[in-house]
Write a new protein. Structure first.
Length: 436
């Protein structure tokens, strides 16, 4: 700067704090140099430390919604490298059930995806029933369909509500959870529990529907579309939400399938793979419903697919609730089902059957089988090996979350730290399924 003019700043900003007229550049003559008179123009800054930063997210971080660790190497706010550690919630599910009777395994399945325990109950019992060649009564099948679709809606509400909260929008959470509580009241009236239900049995259900339950379902369902519409409006029309989710955590359909993705995360890439359609069970081929799919395979599409799936589940429930036939809710087989209490008190044969089932349990013939259902997060499969005894020789669980979690490092590397939370929430990783 050529021949800068110096001046006393107090001429313009007095120390007494009194208000003075505002000044602009034109109020000063010539060039103005803001530096002090004794400023050393040859002074240089020291070299900045460019070493990467390492951070941990978890194993007890509110955004993980479970106990697992994501470790990252950062360059500023950019994730250069990442990795995932699981095992913090390992409870030995697959080993414990080797010493349990087949019906005793059911409460343990509740703890896999604890956001939709009934679907785990049904998936496991369906595999055992197929191994034993049991024909579940039509009434029990229709009730299973209804409770699974209720659980699908509840699971998606948790996933979407918590994910949207994590990226800064609390209102959607309350819209969903107000509605979800009413659905939970329905399941509590049916099963007596609100989280770990253990309602199914090998061969059917533990008990029949309580009086008035179907009418209560119809009443509660009337309020669910309003909650879904409110959240849909607040997400699809919100610029901040779209900026945080569109183009974030993108994966191609080919890569998603090669990693073993299933469920809404896979369908968000455009693949219309749903076991209820491609391998129908429990009469799903007779229901009128669609499979929502995405286009871009990003966080936005994953959330949107789940929101749209809630509407489809409502359609299924409305159809199924009027299709429940009369009849028993469990098979009539003395080798599978405990006899009625009254017969145990009056019949020696019933007492013997009761004793053998309680002590020895159900005994499938030696063999092995794999069977799967479409849970809220995707394909949940059970590979069961029977040695002919009253407890399984081996049970291997195929959880949908495990495959999505294995892909996390590839989704977050190269992205921003702030996007990790959004990506995690979109995958809906449940630690209970990861650590078995």
């Amino acid at each position: 700067m050529a021949d800068p003019k110096t001046f006393n700043i107090e001429d313009f900003v007095p120390r007494d704090g009194q208000e003075r007229p505002r000044y602009s550049a034109k109020d000063f003559d010539g060039d103005v140099d803001p530096s002090r008179d004794d400023f050393n123009e040859g002074l240089t800054l020291p070299d900045i430390n460019t070493q990467p930063m390492f951070i941990n997210i978890g194993p007890t971080h509110p955004a993980t919604h479970g106990t697992f660790r994501v470790y990252c190497q950062l360059d500023g706010e950019t994730v250069e490298k990442a990795g995932v550690d699981i095992g913090y919630l390992h409870r030995g599910f697959e080993k414990i059930v080797e010493i349990k009777q087949y019906n005793q395994v059911i409460p343990y399945t509740d703890r896999l995806n604890y956001c939709s325990g009934l679907t785990n109950n049904v998936g496991y019992c369906k595999a055992v029933e197929r191994m034993m060649g049991l024909e579940v009564p039509p009434r029990a099948i229709m009730i299973r369909v209804i409770i699974m679709e209720i659980q699908r809606i509840m699971d998606h509400m948790i996933c979407c509500g918590a994910n949207i909260v994590d990226i800064g929008a609390l209102t959607n959470f309350w819209y969903f959870f107000n509605a979800r509580e009413k659905l939970n009241d329905l399941l509590e009236a049916l099963t007596g529990a609100r989280l770990t239900y253990s309602y199914t049995r090998v061969g059917g259900l533990a008990w029949d529907l309580p009086d008035g339950w179907r009418d209560n379902v119809k009443t509660v369902l009337k309020g669910i579309p309003k909650a879904i519409a409110d959240v849909r409006g607040l997400t699809q029309k919100n610029r901040i939400f779209q900026d945080r989710t569109r183009g974030v955590g993108v994966i191609s359909q080919e890569d998603a399938m090669s990693f073993g993705w299933t469920g809404p995360t896979l369908r968000a890439t455009g693949a219309d793979l749903d076991l209820r359609k491609v391998q129908p069970y429990y009469g799903y081929e007779n229901f009128d419903f669609d499979i929502p799919v995405g286009v871009n395979g990003d966080v936005f599409d994953r959330i949107l697919c789940r929101i749209e799936e809630m509407d489809e589940s409502l359609k299924i429930i409305h159809q199924a609730i009027d299709m429940i036939p009369d009849g028993p809710v469990i098979v009539d087989d003395k080798n599978v089902v405990l006899p009625p209490k009254q017969k145990v008190h009056t019949s020696m044969e019933a007492l013997i059957n009761h004793f053998k089932l309680v002590i020895e349990g159900v005994k499938p013939a030696p063999g092995r089988i794999y069977d799967a259902i479409e849970t809220p997060n995707g394909e949940l499969g059970f590979y069961i090996i029977s040695d002919g005894s009253g407890h399984p020789y081996r049970i291997k669980v195929r959880p949908p979350c495990f495959y999505a979690m294995n892909t996390l490092k590839f989704l977050i590397e190269g992205g921003m730290v702030a996007d990790i939370v959004a990506i995690l929430g979109g995958l809906n990783v449940i630690a209970g399924e990861l650590d078995r």
